[in-house]
Structures are given as structure tokens and as C-alpha cells.
Write a protein that binds this ligand. Structure first.
Ligand code: 6PG
Length: 265
């Protein structure tokens, strides 16, 4: 059953297994259509643990693994922890372990967020330059990612857009998506004593398709706050996400959706 609320299109699956099966099939069809149409498919991966289950479905089920045009996919990251690329906390490391090392991907098509700079701000600038170079885009235009995945933190963050962080406070106070052309920001996470590099809400919102993959009962409160709670993006940063080209897609399992009050989900 799907329904629309705000600018969201929500699909709820009985369980995580069904969610990731559907998401994998969806990914395969989107990739095949894009490669058939223009020879390339650009996808932005999210970090954390949820993608491990998704990548496992993509790589372990032969009908997906053997049909997806891996060689023609350009991979990007929505955010990165500011750690070495071989660190267990690295989103690139997680994607390598669970996806890149298991399928025939052209390494030149993997655009990781470099974390070798002394200053994370330089890393943000470097990633922004990479995006503009790969897509051949100038200022005031945005990477036309074919597909961008997001997760949702228990605190309603997404990518590395953390509640009350400088970037989130700025975008929450200046919501007009057309006023900003910054693609990438660096965020210091004081309580975790580390830094993050993240796509900005505007860069995310200009992806052609945005899909949240959210599973598990620990997400239920954040899901309800983001989708049905009062608009308060400083507190619930995922509310900053709204695809400018259509509906923002949410694939939820029953556990993550259990606090939703909407009667038509
Ligand atoms: C990260 C992610 C982050 C993640 C959520 C959900 O770098 O951690 O980009 O936004 O998607 O925190 O994480 P889980 O999938 O581990 O619940």
C-alpha cells in the first residue's frame, strides 16, 4: 500500500527481508533503464548499517547480481566519517566490504570522499570539485544523480545532517532550495569528537530520485516525527529532504512504520 503525505511517497513492507528484496529489484530496474537510455547510472550510497542488508541482497541473489550493469554504474557517497578509508567506521570501507569487493565494479567509477586532508573543510572542497568535474557542472547547478539513498538515524538525522548542527540550522532558517549552491559541507560532531563530510540538503534534493531505506523498531519514533510531526527541521533534519523532481520515496518495514498514525499507509 502506498500513500502520499507532504512530499513523500511511503511504502511499508511486512518485514526487512521484503523491504530489501523490493529495494534490490527496484535498484536493478532503475540501473538497467538508465544504462539502456544513456549508458551510465549514477547512484549515491548512504552509510551506517542498513546498507549492509541492502548490499547483501544485491550481491547474494544471482538474479540481481548477474543482471545489474555494474560496469556502467558511477558510485558516490552521501556522507563520510572523517576517518581513514580502511577504518571500520568508514562508509567507503563498509561499501567496499559489502558491495564493491563482491561485484565487477570499475574502480574508477567509485568516487569516495577523500579523508586524507588535515582539514576536513579541504575534504569537503575536494569532493565538491569531484562532483562538479564528473558531472561537468558549474556553480548554481547540481549533480543530476539518478538515484540517492538515505538512511534515518534514531535522532532523525540523515546523511551527516545532525540535529542543531551549523549546516542544519542554516538550511532550516533559509529553506529556499534555490538560494544555495554549496554541494558539500564539513560538520564537527563534538559529542563524538569527530568530523563528518556530507552532501548539503540542496545537493541531496536535486537528485532525480531519493529513496530512504529504513528498517527496525528503533527508527519508529524518528519516522513518525519526520513524516507526521510538526515541521521542525532543526530537530528533525530529515525533514529538510524533499526531492525537487518528484516525491521523496520511503521504503519502511512494519517495525519502523509502527508509530505512523496515517490511516492510509
Ligand atoms: C552514516 C549515515 C547515516 C545513517 C543513519 C542510519 O554515515 O551513519 O549516512 O545517515 O544512514 O545514521 O544508520 P543505520 O543504517 O546504521 O541505522
Amino acid at each position: 500500500m502506498v500513500t502520499l503525505t507532504r512530499n513523500n511517497k511511503i511504502t511499508i513492507f511486512d518485514n526487512a527481508h521484503d523491504l530489501f528484496q523490493f529495494a534490490a529489484e527496484d535498484f536493478m530496474h532503475r540501473a538497467l533503464a538508465a544504462v539502456n537510455d544513456k549508458g551510465v547510472f549514477s547512484v549515491v550510497l548512504s552509510g551506517g548499517n542498513t546498507p549492509k542488508l541492502f548490499f547483501g541482497t544485491l550481491t547474494e541473489i544471482k538474479s540481481y547480481k548477474n543482471s545489474i550493469p555494474w560496469q556502467h554504474i558511477q558510485f558516490f557517497f552521501g556522507d563520510e566519517r572523517y576517518v581513514p578509508s580502511d577504518n571500520v567506521e568508514s562508509n567507503y570501507h563498509m561499501a567496499y566490504e559489502h558491495l564493491f569487493s563482491k561485484v565487477p565494479i570499475n574502480p574508477e567509477n567509485i568516487h569516495r570522499i577523500l579523508t586524507e586532508f588535515n582539514d576536513p573543510k579541504e575534504a569537503a572542497t575536494a569532493y565538491e570539485k569531484t562532483l562538479r568535474k564528473v558531472f561537468q557542472i558549474k556553480d548554481n547547478t547540481f549533480p543530476p544523480f539518478d538515484l540517492l539513498y538515505l538512511g534515518l538515524g534514531d535522532d532523525a538525522h540523515t546523511a551527516s545532517l545532525m540535529p542543531f548542527s551549523d549546516v542544519v540550522m542554516y538550511y532550516a532558517k533559509n529553506p529556499s532550495p534555490h538560494k544555495h549552491n554549496k554541494l558539500v559541507a564539513s560538520i564537527s560532531i563534538t559529542e563524538m569528537n569527530n568530523h563528518r563530510i556530507t552532501l548539503t540538503p540542496t545537493a541531496i534534493n536535486h537528485a532525480k530520485n531519493i529513496i530512504f531505506l529504513v528498517a527496525g523498531k528503533n527508527k519508529a519514533t524518528a519516522v513518525q516525527e519526520v513524516l507526521e510531526g510538526q515541521m521542525n527541521p532543526q530537530c528533525y533534519p530529515a525533514q529538510l529532504i524533499s526531492c525537487v523532481y518528484g516525491k521523496t520515496i520511503w521504503y519502511l518495514d512494519q517495525e519502523a512504520a509502527r508509530k505512523l498514525k496515517g490511516d492510509s499507509y
